[in-house]
Design a binder for this molecule. Sequence first.
Ligand code: PEP
Length: 256
Amino acid sequence: MNPNRTPVIAGNWKMNPAAPGDALALANGVAERMGALPIETVVCPPTIWLESIAVALAGRIGVGAQTMASQEKGAFTGETSPLMLAGLAGWVIIGHSERRQYDGETDERVGLKTASAIAHGLRPIAAIGERLEQREAGETEAVIDRQLRAAVSQLERIAGSGLAVAYEPVWAIGTGNAASGADAQAVGAQIRAILVELGGEAAAEVPILYGGSVTAANATEFFGQPDIDGALVGGASLDPDGFAAIGAAAVGAVGR
Ligand code: PEP
């Protein structure tokens, strides 16, 4: 981590927990433990609970959506508009690999959604990463290059836009098989170089998160890397103590 960049620790709850009372308790538990930390803490609950959680949290920590439509309104059954999110959420995950895999999220749509999020005052966490067969075929660099350029292709500017990028190797998500710190750093450096190429030196400010089986036990390895500025956490974000321990590791890594 670079002490000049504020760490971002985001929890992707996916389709959990099943009961609204449990979701509120989880959000409050995270806020109690992490609200005072000098980092950006973000919880991303299922859409249906965004409003109640945003009200309960009252700004103590950040709230994010797990996806959104790029359009503002219209005939898009089941979707959520950025206009509906604005005011409730400050962040939104775009292009998570589960959306790419199960919901046909394409590189092109990721680009449109990332730009739409920024246009509506939301901070997108653009998620990119290679699948196992791509890694084994030596295609990681090419996949990252393609997905990242597509994600930022519709932006007028990168620096100052609020963009964050999450490197999430698909083979590491929910498997317990995290990447090594060195692998995450190699891709983190590639991402930062592309951002600077496209957006100038100021684009180096964009936070780059690692995601994929991050836990309190391995977080320090990632946060010790110069181009990793935080984590996008799935399973471990459902336990407030474990998630807070990841936040504490981020605080330690930047010496705040
Ligand atoms: C994720 O869903 O973005 C994720 C990284 O999940 P997990 O931490 O469970 O691997």
